[in-house]
Design a protein around this ligand. Structure first.
Ligand code: GLC
Length: 795
């Protein structure tokens, strides 16, 4: 079934049937003040941390409740509904609704009983409060009297677990007050207040643009003995102006709107963690409600659409365009900014950045905002320990040069991470390379950046130490040891087990370093020698004719040998053999055929097959998951991006696009019940063929899938491959395509690219025409580019 569509002009996903198979969410604000909102106005808000700064209550894994509810009541008949379909849930043949999830705002437009309502939710640019604007329009030809009630279920205190379970304490620390146009929640009011009497813990919920007709700060009064579909106050037509003391707080405000035939009314509810004085100031800013809201919304749209401007594609596949131009891109910015902070799956308990996750996330926005990417890259380099490894968890409070490390008890205690991962720092190589290639800023390599614990060094030095960390942590065969994990969190190989995936990453890193250290003959010789040696080991010990093994256990036994009963074929070593350029053409063709044959399903490639049931070893923690799930043979989505890229690098456009399409959220738009989560954002994994729910996807929004699939599509399928010297454009596309166009901004220059596929090829272009001059396909030097360039790629 189909629940909505992509409106690419507005860069919105429009949900036309709100009865979605799961809460379909959007992100507002930033982790400074973050809000998640679903198509039925469910979701929560927090200040800095979803776990420790929660201000709106939300029950995970339940009924998408509570939310930012706005109830509308016809004062003549007493009939009432909500501005979002739920919580009241009027019959959908009488209640028409559209939820427009946009870039950092969500608007729910509904029509019922002759009244059109528009509930717009957003966090203004750079602000730490949120706005729920409600506009009403009377579509009938008679005067109408409509009461509007807004309800915010405030937590009793910021730690959400305390709010939910420690009620002998939390119920007795909070009370509410009323201040003309807003309610204020106090928490531990007399516990060391500031000299002005405020505590900084207060939250306010206010109404601008209309007069408060009634209010309550008590959940018990608003709901009565009912649930969200029938709150007592709405049934009664008013709140009783009571305030909370020793129970559940809430913000509930009512106003009445008299609407002439065709008449309109706009007001806004405002919410935030603010003192009484701060709240007053914010309230005053919305005195001219409509103008302020329109300006703020425009600012958001201008900023976000601006961020997405650097690449615009127009291909024969409109779903692909919507993903690349808007939704995958917006998701990349979301993972870049939010990391794994908070979603409807993550509650915010991870108190920092995962090293590999963040260094990967940076890649997803490189083609759109490389300077923003650089800031975070520099930050992550400063979280590298002096011996070259990445800190497994980089605290939000990271203080470069002064951090403790997994070698110290204090770090382990605080973060729960006892040791290093084999791969963390190796992700720096492609990310640094992509930054330099996108911008041409080779001077970045000489930029001095501190290490996490002590020492400082240039970016080049940081990279050298990362290589050194791998080279000093080799296992018995001379391949990188698996340590606490490699990319696969469930593969714990220790100091004697070895990872083929990391070996390919290291091989790739050594080769990237050759480009970065051209003037250092001795170091170059070292890199050459090590790369050659590693390649020899990989070919000799890990290649089985049509696949690479996954690695070695600490016993020396092979993991992922083709005749194994379980876990015989693994995806990542094959795609990375190609991406790292370690595989020869013949090897590449063979291994990519193997994964196509053994791992592909209608919904993407499984991570390995068959799943572990009986033949596991201690370090194979994925055995904990049901077969066909997550790392245990599920269709892990992040590696789809690598498979897309690998096929595209080989010029196999058909397969590259097939892999994109099989697992792309947008492909499920008309079959959304199968996928369950949003058809506009990638999830972490899809259940594989061993699950009775094959095709169902999980862990929405905050996943590394966003960046790898983006890179796979942009560098792979679209073939936009910047290098430090210029840009190579080598699309790998489905044969049937007649061609497509791209608008790309590269180092400030505009590239108007037309790909002509009259020949119906899938890769390896035949000809390049740059500003009217025809030549062999290949690198376009940065110095050849003018301000505006017409580029034709003839396939
Ligand atoms: C999750 C983790 C990521 C890891 C992947 C595979 O997505 O966030 O760090 O690489 O699982 O285990």
């Amino acid at each position: 079934m189909n629940y909505g569509y992509f409106d690419e002009k507005a860069r919105e996903y429009v949900i036309t049937n709100p009865n979605t198979p799961a809460p379909w969410a959007n992100y507002l604000g930033s982790p400074e003040y973050g809000a998640i909102v679903t198509a039925n106005a469910g979701g929560y808000s927090f200040v800095k941390s979803g776990a420790a700064g929660r201000i709106l209550r939300y029950t995970f894994n339940q009924f998408d409740e509570p939310g930012r509810y706005i109830y509308l009541r016809d004062e003549e008949t007493g009939d009432f509904w909500s501005a979002s379909w739920r919580p009241v849930g009027k019959p959908l043949d009488q209640y028409k609704t559209e939820c427009h999830h946009g870039t950092s705002y969500t608007e729910i437009i509904s029509e019922y009983n002759g009244i059109r309502s528009r509930a717009l939710y957003y966090v203004p640019m750079g602000a730490t409060h949120e706005v729920w604007r409600i506009s009403l329009e009377n579509l009938t030809d008679r005067k109408r009297k409509i009461s509007v009630f807004a309800y915010a279920e405030l937590t009793t205190e910021s730690f959400y677990t305390q709010d939910l379970v420690n009620m002998q304490y939390t119920q007795f620390i909070t009370k509410t007050e009323f201040h003309d146009d807003f309610l204020l929640e106090q928490i531990n009011e007399f516990n060391y207040p500031n000299p002005d009497g405020t505590t900084g813990r207060e939250r306010f919920f206010g109404l601008a643009g209309a007069k408060v007709a009634s209010y309550t700060g008590r959940r018990e009064q608003f709901l009565g003995r009912n649930r969200f579909d029938k709150p007592q106050a709405v049934l009664d037509g008013k709140c009783d102006n009571s305030l909370n003391y020793n129970a559940n707080p809430c913000g509930a405000l009512q106003f009445s709107a008299e609407l002439e035939a065709g008449g309109k009314k706009t007001a806004a509810f405002l919410l935030g963690q603010k003192t009484v004085f701060e709240a007053r100031k914010i309230m005053d800013r919305y005195a001219d409600t409509e103008a302020t809201v329109n300006r703020e919304l425009q600012e958001l749209i201008t900023y976000w659409h601006g961020e997405l401007e650097n690449l615009k594609i127009c291909t024969p596949d409109k779903n692909f365009d919507a993903m690349i131009n808007t939704w995958n891109a917006f998701q990349c910015f979301t993972t870049f900014v939010w990391s794994r902070a908070a979603s409807l799956v993550y509650c915010g308990e991870r108190n920092g950045y995962g090293y590999r996750d963040t260094v990967q996330d940076i890649q997803g926005i490189m083609h759109l905002d490389p300077e923003l990417a650089r800031k975070q890259l520099t930050f992550m380099l400063s979280a590298q320990v002096h011996h070259g490894a990445g800190l497994p968890l980089v605290k939000y409070t990271h203080n470069a040069g002064h951090e403790d490390t997994p070698e110290q008890e204090s770090y382990v205690k605080e973060t729960g991470h006892p040791s290093y991962r084999a791969d963390d720092a190796l992700w720096l190589f492609p990310t640094v390379y992509k930054y330099i290639a996108e911008t041409g800023n080779t001077a970045y390599l000489d930029e001095e950046i501190p290490f996490a614990d002590k020492d400082t060094g240039t970016v080049r030095e940081h990279l050298k130490r990362a290589i050194n960390f791998s080279m000093t942590h080799l296992g018995p065969h001379g391949m990188p040891a698996g340590l606490h994990a490699d990319w696969n969190d469930c593969l714990v190989l220790g100091s004697q087990g070895e990872s083929t995936f990391v070996a390919f990453q290291l091989y790739y890193a050594l080769n990237i370093m050759k480009e970065f250290c051209e003037d250092e003959p001795e170091y170059l010789a070292y890199l050459n020698e090590k790369a050659e040696k590693l390649l020899g080991i990989l070919n000799e010990k890990c290649f089985e004719g049509d696949q690479f093994i996954r690695g070695f256990r600490d016993t020396g036994d092979i993991i992922g040998s083709k005749n194994d009963r379980e876990a015989a074929t693994w995806l990542n070593p094959q795609s990375w053999a190609v991406i790292s350029r370690a595989a020869t053409k013949e090897q590449a063709d063979a291994i990519m055929n193997t994964i196509h044959e053994k791992l592909n399903t209608p919904y993407g490639l499984e991570l390995m097959q068959p799943s572990y049931r009986y033949d596991y070893f201690e370090g194979a923690r994925m055995r904990l998951f049901n077969p066909g799930t997550k790392e245990n043979g599920g269709i892990f989505c992040q590696p789809q991006g690598w498979a897309i890229l690998a096929e595209a690098l080989l010029g196999h456009g058909n397969r590259a696009f097939q892999y994109y399409a099989e697992s792309s959220p947008a492909s499920f738009n008309d079959n959304a019940d199968l996928r369950v989560i949003e058809p506009y954002v990638h999830g972490q994994f899809i259940e594989g063929h061993e699950s009775p729910f094959a095709g169902r996807s999980h862990v929405h929004w905050l996943t590394g899938t966003a960046s790898t699939v983006m890179v796979g599509c942009v560098e792979g399928i679209l073939g936009l491959r910047p290098t430090p010297k210029g840009i190579l454009i080598s699309p790998a596309i489905p044969k049937e395509w007649d061609g497509f166009t791209m608008e790309k901004v590269f180092r400030g220059k505009k590239l108007h690219i037309t790909v002509d596929n009259a020949a119906h090829k899938e890769g390896n272009p035949a000809k390049l025409i740059l500003n009217g001059i025809e030549r062999e396909p290949g690198l376009i030097g940065a110095d050849e580019l003018k301000a505006e360039n017409e580029i034709t790629i003839v396939m």
